[in-house]
Design a protein around this ligand. Structure first.
Ligand SMILES: Nc1ncnc2c1ncn2[C@@H]1O[C@H](COP(=O)(O)OP(=O)(O)O)[C@@H](O)[C@H]1O
Ligand SMILES: C[C@@](O)(CCOP(=O)(O)O)CC(=O)O
Ligand SMILES: [Mg+2]
Length: 385
């Protein structure tokens, strides 16, 4: 039997980085998914295979070798979400190094450690083949790391004893609330391996979908009543969330008072965002007034993100270009490159969007749009394989 899980990426509408330090963020799922398929192999096949299609890497470990390297942990592992210790990461790194990981892709190794941790913790040492492919750009601020951890956790849990699913359902189905919470907690442990210090907003929105408000580990669902449309521009400038988050923390320890004021201001922006999108537009005038307010909030949020050191020349380029068309933008995710959001008000003409997209394309940037606020993680079983 094969199980397939898909988990969405996300956009952070307001509050990235601040959320790592306990301030509010507002985020929404987008309809671009990471898909994980998991097929258990017969015991005599004795290998765990991992195929990472997006980054062109394949791994194959013998179950015996995994057991040997992780023997200090004992077996079976905990069935409740547990953090991976530094010592264990070193052991996992040994397993990855043995597969001659290409030097040029070394930044992607933490994702493989996260896989090995989630796999062995949830399923133990069962032979299997796991394939990952994604519609999300990897490392561009749209939460590919969270979608990866959520879809992996979901597929693994679906075949574990910790979760009892109705496997007779055809097509995509969602998890019950308590099961989704378990998926989310395991995914957070994976995110910790990739990010160092994640807030938990990305894995929560990928697990539960929709629009959420997130503060100090607590998620609140936001009932959005606004037809939100964003143009997403991928600057294609590579960046690493872990490094950017660490830089912000370092700046915060150098300037605690100034940083505290900035992060408080960002929280006020997130709070206003969630109030505005929950309000019901009584007429078109009210809607465009609210869209204008959201645009201003995005500009302010972006200014504050610049002040904490996470903007980039490529991001500033997108901001200036969209400003020519009187459109507001902000970076989304960790910044330092990656993706930028531009608010597309309901009254905007297709012609203006086309011109903007063309101009942004001339800098080598890639523009696309995505549905905002869809379902979270889903699962599907296939008995034919
Ligand atoms: N589809 C994928 N295949 C393999 N690794 C992935 C995939 N998606 C995410 N990752 C892991 O997540 C990391 C990117 O996460 P991050 O820097 O947080 O960027 P973002 O979450 O914004 O895309 C990659 O370096 C890799 O380890
Ligand atoms: C910067 C941050 O707020 C969001 C990071 O998102 P992404 O990995 O860049 O998609 C970090 C976090 O909340 O864990
Ligand atoms: Mg990430």
């Amino acid at each position: 039997m094969e199980v397939t899980a898909r988990a969405p990426g996300k956009i952070i509408l307001a509050g990235e980085h601040a959320v790592v330090h306990g301030y509010t963020a507002v985020a929404s799922s987008i309809d671009l998914y990471t898909v994980v398929s998991l097929r258990l192999r017969s015991e005599d096949e004795d290998t765990v295979k991992l195929k990472l299609n997006d980054i062109g890497l394949d791994f194959s470990w013998s179950v015996g070798r995994i057991k040997e390297v992780l023997s200090h942990l004992g077996s079976p592992f905990s069935s409740t979400p547990t953090s991976c210790s530094l010592e264990t990461i070193k052991s996992l790194a040994t397993l990855v190094d043995e597969q001659s990981f290409p030097e040029t892709k070394i930044g992607l190794a933490s994702g493989v450690y996260a896989f090995l941790w989630l796999y062995t913790s949830i399923l133990g040492f069962k032979p299997a083949t796991v394939t990952v492919s994604s519609e999300l750009p990897v490392g561009a601020g749209l939460g590919s790391s969270a979608a990866y951890c959520v879809s992996l956790s979901a597929a693994l849990l679906a075949l574990s004893d910790s979760v009892k699913l109705d496997v007779s359902q055809k097509g995509w189905s969602t998890f019950k609330e308590t099961e989704a919470e378990l998926v989310n907690k395991w995914a957070f442990e994976g995110e910790k391996i990739i990010h160092g210090r994640p807030s938990g907003v990305d894995n929560s929105v990928s697990t539960f979908g929709n629009v959420i408000k997130f503060k100090s580990g607590v998620m609140t669902r936001v009932d959005s009543n606004m037809p939100l449309k964003m143009l997403i521009t991928n600057t294609k400038v590579g960046r690493d969330t872990k490094a950017l988050v660490a830089n912000v923390s370092a700046r915060k320890s150098r300037h605690p008072d100034a940083m505290c004021s900035v992060l408080n201001a960002i929280e006020a922006i997130s709070d206003e965002w969630s109030t505005i999108i929950q309000s019901h537009a009584v007429d078109d005038l009210y809607l465009s007034a609210n869209e204008e307010k959201l645009g201003e909030l995005m500009e302010m949020n972006q200014g504050l993100l610049l002040s904490i050191g996470v903007s980039h020349a490529s991001i500033e380029n997108v901001l200036q270009t969209s400003m020519k068309y009187k459109l507001a933008s902000k970076l989304t995710g960790a910044g330092g490159g990656g993706c930028v959001l531009t608010l597309l008000p309901t009254h905007i003409s297709g012609e203006v969007i086309d011109k903007l997209v063309e101009e942004l394309g001339s800098f080598g940037f890639q523009c696309f749009s995505a549905g905002i606020g869809g379902k979270g993680v889903q699962i599907s079983f296939d008995y034919s394989s």
